[in-house]
Design a protein around this ligand. Structure first.
Ligand code: SF4
Ligand code: SF4
Length: 376
């Protein structure tokens, strides 16, 4: 090392790029370690929500026997379609739906956070993303590297999640009439959509089991397979993140082409070739910024060139979810208006055709009565 931290690292530099550069001071803040802690925190919250909801539903399924835990409203975060329908209703009528208020609140929080902090939902809070990253690290241990699909397969496969997103947006914002939206929101099916989702996983069919197994194996072989190719929620947030003012920026004048940024990028973005990362796949994990060895070369920046340090970014990404969630709770738009007596009735009859739907067409009490009259 020379004066002012100027070094020539002959291990990482080749040919024309063998030149002096100013090495960054040793980072005192390991952003990936703290990102892991934040992921663990939200994962713990998700598991706790899942357990509470499990005991709530199974208490009524068992005829009010066993352990009772109150229903956690946060479970509505797993109802993105219902939340999207609530969002359309809110935009159209100016009225908030009270069937799954926490679901709508979370959808709005995730969308707003994606605008300011890219797809940070995927990097910090999504439990599927956390599991997927863990499975990916198992894969890296086995294969000793992050496996890549060839570009001719990767690009078309990445569009699958956008096709799914377009399908859902088309159905919710175009195909469904305003009357359909209100019928769906207040239908028995929507009221118990969270219960149906729980039973989907606890009464897992053989097909579902094998589909889940295939996804697990794919995620080990190919890190983030679900997120990269199939998750329409990630597609929506990634698309919004494209308009974020915060971007990873590379200073090509000081860059030494060491490739470290691209090597650590979980989204396989070729960071070392870009001036600014304009990718829907960038979820603002800050791994590339940490990995870059050269001072003032790779940073998360705002328009005008203002840098956001990894520490500030991580604090923002944690607070951007926690504070609005608490704010919605305090403001009273969190718990729904379904009583426990009503839940008891719904859950005890959950296998009735009243709680079925056919391609978004939900059953109502009136339709069911009409059908039974017609069959008599
Ligand atoms: S470009 Fe950087 S911040 Fe974006 S996903 Fe890749 S490593 Fe993370
Ligand atoms: S931007 Fe990437 S390629 Fe350039 S010096 Fe930093 S880590 Fe190396």
């Amino acid at each position: 090392m020379g004066k002012n931290g100027i070094v020539v690292d002959t291990n990482t530099l080749t040919g024309a790029k063998k030149r002096q550069y100013k090495r960054k001071p040793k980072p005192t803040f390991d952003s990936q370690k703290y990102r892991g802690w934040i992921q663990l925190f939200w994962f713990g919250v998700t598991i706790w929500i899942g357990l509470q909801f499990y005991f709530f539903v199974y208490y009524y399924l068992a005829g009010e026997k066993g352990i009772y835990l109150p229903r956690p409203p946060g479970v509505e975060g797993f109802l993105p379609i219902s939340s999207l329908i609530s969002l359309r209703s809110a935009i159209e009528t100016g009225q908030l739906s009270w069937v799954h208020p926490a679901g709508l609140a979370l959808l709005v929080i995730f969308i707003v956070a994606s605008f300011f902090l890219r797809k940070s939902f995927c990097a910090f809070i999504c439990p599927v993303g956390t599991v997927s990253e863990s499975l990916g690290s198992v894969g890296r241990m086995i294969f000793k590297k992050r496996l890549k699909l060839p570009a001719f397969l990767d690009y078309p496969l990445r569009s699958l999640k956008y096709l799914l997103l377009v399908f859902f947006l088309y159905a919710v914002f175009y195909q469904m009439s305003s009357a359909d939206i209100q019928t769906f929101l207040n239908s028995p099916y929507n009221k118990v959509a969270d219960v149906k989702m729980l039973l989907f996983f606890t009464r897992v069919s053989e097909v579902t089991f094998w589909v889940l197994m295939v996804l697990v194996v794919l995620s080990v072989i190919y890190e983030g397979a679900w997120c990269r190719y199939l998750c329409p929620y990630g597609a929506l947030l990634g698309f919004i993140g494209l308009f974020s003012p915060a971007k990873i920026m590379r200073n090509s004048k000081t860059c030494i082409d060491c490739f470290k940024c691209s090597k650590v990028c979980p989204s396989r973005i070729k960071v070392h070739k870009m001036k600014a990362v304009h990718s829907d796949e960038c979820f603002g994990c800050m791994a590339c910024v940490d990995a870059c060895p050269v001072q003032d070369t790779l940073d998360m920046k705002l328009p005008g060139g203002r840098k956001i340090s990894p520490r500030a970014y991580l604090i923002a990404a944690f607070m951007a979810f926690l504070i609005p969630i608490l704010a919605f709770k305090v403001a009273g738009y969190w718990n729904n208006n379904i009583t426990n007596a009503e839940y008891k009735e719904h859950i005890e009859n959950i296998d009735s055709p009243l709680y079925h739907h056919n391609r978004g067409q939900v059953m109502t009490k009136e339709k069911l009565e009409q059908m039974s009259r017609d069959s008599d």
